[in-house]
Design a protein around this ligand. Sequence first.
Ligand code: CAA
Length: 397
Amino acid sequence: MVDFTLTDEQKDLRELAHNFATKEMRRVAWEYDKEGTWPAEIIKQAWEIGLMNTHTPEQYGGPGLDYLSGCLIEEEFGWGCSGIGTSLAANGLASAPVTLGGSEEVKREFLGMLSEEPRLASFCLTEPDAGSDVSGMKTTATRKGDKWVINGSKCFITNGQYADWYTVYAKTDKDAGHRGISAFVVPRDETVMIDKKEDKLGQRASNTATVSFNETEIPAGYLLGEENKGFKLAMMTLDRTRPGVAAMAVGIARAAFEFACEYSKERKQFGVPIAMHQAIQFMIADMATKVEAGRLLTWHSASLLDNGIRNTLACSHAKRFAADSAMEVTTDAVQVYGGYGFIKEYPVEKLMRDAKIMQLYEGTSQIQRLVIAKEVLMGRNVNEPIPESIRPEPVPA
Ligand code: CAA
């Protein structure tokens, strides 16, 4: 039987996240969006009540939550303010390669750092000329004695300006395409420069920066996983974080849907609330279906992981559908508001701007379709278990 009945712990967690989103995130969401304010205080509060670093295993100071629980939290983050939510969730993206590929000492040092204090880490994959095409990266890591020396520039880095350490992907064999990429954990020092902070269309409370590494030296032991196996580590990381991104997209869509429902019952035209007009009812019905279907795909993609089953196809379905739906639902919410929807005094235009990035980051909707097409055409077994050798995170029985 397919069963998504939440446990009492999961329900409590969702309530905690919802209350936090209501009281702390929504309170400032529209103001922070306007000013592009960095949510330092909210990050501290979220960390204090255990809503950050949710998948960090208990032995490194984290709560070691399952992926479905993570999605419950991220949906509430998306509902509260996805700009602030992205700032809160980005540690998970940077930490996953460390959990998957770091040595015991590296995990203790870097995951422990995030558990001990409200500090941040960033995932550095994208480059100006290597977005969807990860293999095209130019950043290099060169082995010198017992050190690696990193050189290169990474762009669109969430929390880049505020991070204490970075997960950096670099070429260790320039001629080997995706098989010449390695992953490293890189602490911030004076050779790490923040070259640019982006001024964005949406999610304006999140920090997005260009980070460059200039002869940055790290100990040999900061290599994550095996040399030249960094591309796979990146893909395995995205399999684990795309369900959360999909959940955040569901949260944005749900927020827009709720605003549209409320407004359609208040706003009168032709003598009745616009909710009485079938044209509006059909839009509301489609929004409701998209939220519901997006959530089911998302939960499915997370629960596969929680059961030790490969979720590459499922998380691309979820991320693609939830992101595209968030864009459609928020655009329709603006339509339900009519001319008022276009005005900043009303809540939905922010959601429409925020939704756009969901179709872009952590793999565009086109890349998700590429993955889906490859998986279905190659006919890979969608229920393939994840081999124990690459499944170091705790998997519930
Ligand atoms: N798990 C494990 N291994 C995987 C894998 C997975 N999910 N997917 C692919 N691989 C392996 C393959 O088995 C193959 O292995 P071999 O070398 O042994 O053959 C290898 O990786 C290459 O796979 P493909 O041939 O499928 O790779 P491709 O080049 O055709 O496609 C891609 C790759 C899907 C386009 C990939 O490059 C991709 O996902 N690109 C999008 C990148 C992305 O999401 N960027 C977002 C950056 S993060 C961000 O946005 C956050 C932020 O802070 C803003």
